[in-house]
Design a protein around this ligand. Structure first.
Ligand SMILES: NC(=O)c1ccc[n+]([C@@H]2O[C@H](COP(=O)([O-])OP(=O)(O)OC[C@H]3O[C@@H](n4cnc5c(N)ncnc54)[C@H](OP(=O)(O)O)[C@@H]3O)[C@@H](O)[C@H]2O)c1
Length: 240
């Protein structure tokens, strides 16, 4: 049975992706910074008959938490097939002025960018033991520098100094990691789940989390012919 770890999986797109991978026969470790919310998520999945899951306490902004989580996973499994870097925050939008704005950017980068690097680095040894390791960085179309230059693009006005550049930086991490692992069986991609109804946007979006999860899961389950070092949404490849 292939094993996957999803960060921020107690709710939203992460939770739905866990459900989707469980339905596809994966064992899923649900990362949750709040163990009680993680336990509730596991109970909900088990109530649906999706029993091959476990909660891992994990705050990606906390080095000790990440170290403990990696040790816990390593004690439970010899290999990890999939890592989905899903944990993310929007921060304040629009950002406050002055130093508060800088602090907002710092917090958003600490989660969306540095957090992904921290947990990936910690889990790389376990991923390297899998035959076909897959890493999905959950990004956003708003990270595209190319699209940000197009006034006709629907998110043209969605420009800020925190969330958007944190996901652009995450995309560069995808590129870097894919390059570093290019002579291996790894596939590393950035995936935009689409504008989705979750707590991140106060449930204002139309997109169904189950549809978002299918897109994310597709790149977690790539076969050996699949792409690496690229950026996708539901419609296909996105420009960097
Ligand atoms: N929703 C959209 O329209 C949309 C569009 C494009 C991309 N995305 C991306 O999709 C991903 C999932 O977002 P979502 O929409 O599902 O939002 P969500 O419902 O707010 O879920 C975010 C998850 O991340 C967790 N998280 C936040 N900070 C964390 C930390 N420091 N350590 C570990 N976990 C942490 C949250 O935990 P708590 O429950 O403890 O807060 C929660 O489980 C994010 O990376 C987001 O940027 C979302």
């Amino acid at each position: 049975m292939k094993k996957a770890l999803i960060t921020g999986a107690n709710k939203g797109i992460g939770f739905e992706t866990a459900r989707h991978l469980l339905q596809q026969g994966y064992f899923v470790y649900l990362g949750s910074r709040n163990p009680s919310l993680g336990a509730d998520a596991i109970a909900a999945l088990k109530a649906e008959g999706l029993a091959s899951c476990d909660v891992i306490e994990l705050d990606v902004t906390d080095a000790l938490s990440v170290e403990k989580a990696a040790q816990t996973v390593a004690a439970k499994t010899a290999t990890l097939d999939v890592l989905i870097n899903n944990a993310g925050i929007l921060g304040q939008f629009p950002a406050p002025a002055g130093e508060d704005g800088v602090l907002n950017t710092q917090q958003v980068f600490a989660t969306n960018y540095l957090g992904a690097i921290r947990i990936t680095t910690a889990l790389l040894p376990l991923l390297q033991k899998a035959a076909q390791p897959r890493i999905v960085n959950v990004s956003s179309e708003v990270a595209s520098l190319t699209l940000h230059q197009d006034p006709a693009w629907m998110y043209y006005a969605f420009k800020d100094a925190a969330y958007v550049p944190s996901k652009t930086a995450l995309n560069l991490y995808t590129m870097m990691l894919a390059f570093q692992l290019k002579d291996t069986a790894f596939k590393v991609n950035s995936v935009c789940p689409g504008y989705t109804r979750t707590a991140l946007n106060n449930f204002t979006a139309d997109g169904d989390p189950a549809d978002a999860a299918r897109i994310v899961a597709r790149y977690a389950m790539l076969d050996e012919e699949g792409p690496t070092g690229q950026f996708f949404n539901a419609a296909g490849a996105l420009p960097w």
